[in-house]
Write a protein that binds this ligand. Sequence first.
Ligand code: NAD
Length: 644
Amino acid sequence: MLTKDPSVDRTAGLPAEQTYYIIDFDSTFTKVEALDVLGEISLIGRPDRDDVLAQIQAITDRGMSGEISFTESLELRLKLLHAHRDHLPALVETLMGKISDSFQRNAPFLTEHAEHIYIVSNGFREFIVPIVTSLGVRAEHVFANTFVFGETGEIIGFDPENPLSANGGKSQVIRQLNLDGEVYVIGDGYTDYEIKASGLANRFYAFTENVMRPRVVEKADHIAPSLDEFLYHNHLSRSQSYPKSRIKVLLLENVHPVAVQLFEEEGFNVEIHKGALDEDELIEAIRDVSILGIRSKTMVTRRVLEHANKLMTVGAFCIGTNQIDLDACTEKGIAVFNAPYSNTRSVVELAIGEIIMLIRGIVPKSNAMHQGVWDKSAKNSFEVRGKKLGLVGYGNIGTQLSVVAEALGMEVYFYDAVDKLALGNARKCKSLDELLAIADIISLHTDGRKENKNLISYREFALMKTGVIFLNLSRGHIVDIPALVDAIERGKVVGAGLDVFPQEPKTNNEEFVNALRGLPNVILSPHVGGSTEEAQANIGSFVPGKLLEYINNGSTYGSVNFPELQLPLLKGAHRLLHIHANVPGILAKMNTIFAKYHINIHGQYLKTNEQIGYVITDVAKEYADDVVQELKGIDNTIKFRLLY
Ligand SMILES: NC(=O)c1ccc[n+]([C@@H]2O[C@H](COP(=O)([O-])OP(=O)(O)OC[C@H]3O[C@@H](n4cnc5c(N)ncnc54)[C@H](O)[C@@H]3O)[C@@H](O)[C@H]2O)c1
């Protein structure tokens, strides 16, 4: 039994019983052109195989464009193929593995509507019948050409009496079928459109899952990037609650190409823009967008969100989310994700590199050499092995740096505001002061919360050992710059690496103004700790991963504004996702509805934050359409979604 689709209005459109579906075979039912595949098999071992295959394809194209008649193109191709009856089992086996994805996943539609489904193709019954009957289509509903075999089994031609061997053949077959009802044609070729053009079909759907022919698409009543789209358009049961091709993804600010690829592979409709959009442009662009991907420059304001009625989720392809009005997103039931840890390793590597450069005094030596000075000496130059590294903040970066530094033979000490488990042989300090007094090298890795402003100032520098190396690759305001300058000038700090600053230039054209400029053995870098190609690629795949889990499964793990739920994969059930304002009693109301309709609940998950509640209910597939309407009608519902 096919599952009912409770999200559709069944009064719209004709009942399925009065509709006939005419489906093309090559490049529609299967992903490929069967005669091309037959050539690949029959020409094996021939030195001119590639040339002949190219000729066959050229003839196919000439036939399609009307340059030669279809009959002529068939004759020419069969001649070149040198195919034999013995090649057919291998052809069928190959084609079995090339059935279009959306046909495979919607096999129940083909079985349940077998009485009304016809395959009408200019291909050959010998290979079409075994393929389509495997998904429930009736052999007697297949209309196609038949091969003529020679005495020893070689394919020498086709039955010329068969209308499908000539132009206009499809229309002739359908006329003879004399179908009493609506006729819908699904195909990728011009000959499929011609059925409608000759008045024998009510609608022509251009099927573009495998090939997109502009001349055909132009003539279509509707474009079907998958069979799901066709079924959705006709209010029929299907494998996907919502066809993926209908999900529009808008990616701004040159997000990494890997993200574009991941969304396209998923079957989504992806639009990309190199730059950011301003508020008005974004308002215009976002109307039919379900997934928005941005970096740091696009401002997702409340005004923008008011126009984003289809928006389900926003992905920030960066660390920060200040550019997004998170409260407004939450109120509208839009889940926001970012990529907090994709550049952890990059920061760690830069820290290690700087520690070694600083403790060897390489920067002043290099600068001197650029001035022609050769100063070979081991004075004040040390190994990192055996030195005490003090980490302030033992989060993602701090812990990873701890592990890498130990591998270099350093002794690691750390202090974190929260009690953290020590990795490897690292030693926990009870206070910041204790850590500052012990370490030869101090590296800051706390988060940027307001209270951390000037965490390291005159008092803290005074507590450090003389000759300490000091690094800040976390956030600029954590260090009191005049205090650091003072410590460097007095010889307390003999080397410093700074990647972040209280005031940073907003663009590359602005001057960097800071009292640290010109001080000896100080490495300054323009906030690039996390900026590597690898980190960008990590972000490019991490964020789509989160967005896809949310869209396909409902999981919100890692969301910055939604209650976090990691859900099991959906199997053999329908998943109802209900987002509502966090007021008491919603779950009870939902369960009253489930009880009223005797719905068998497979699993239920609830999580709330201050603003919203998120309830996921997995239910058995059969239920009345009214259930969904009642769930949507519960007061304070923000968004409702159905997955299967
Ligand atoms: N330079 C760059 O390009 C770059 C790139 C990525 C991250 N960062 C910055 O690096 C820092 C660390 O990143 P993360 O991913 O490890 O963050 P995280 O949140 O995983 O870890 C921060 C840790 O600091 C601790 N902490 C906060 N305040 C503290 C205090 N006053 N004393 C001691 N511990 C304190 C927290 O408890 C937490 O364990 C952040 O400030 C982040 O913004 C910089």
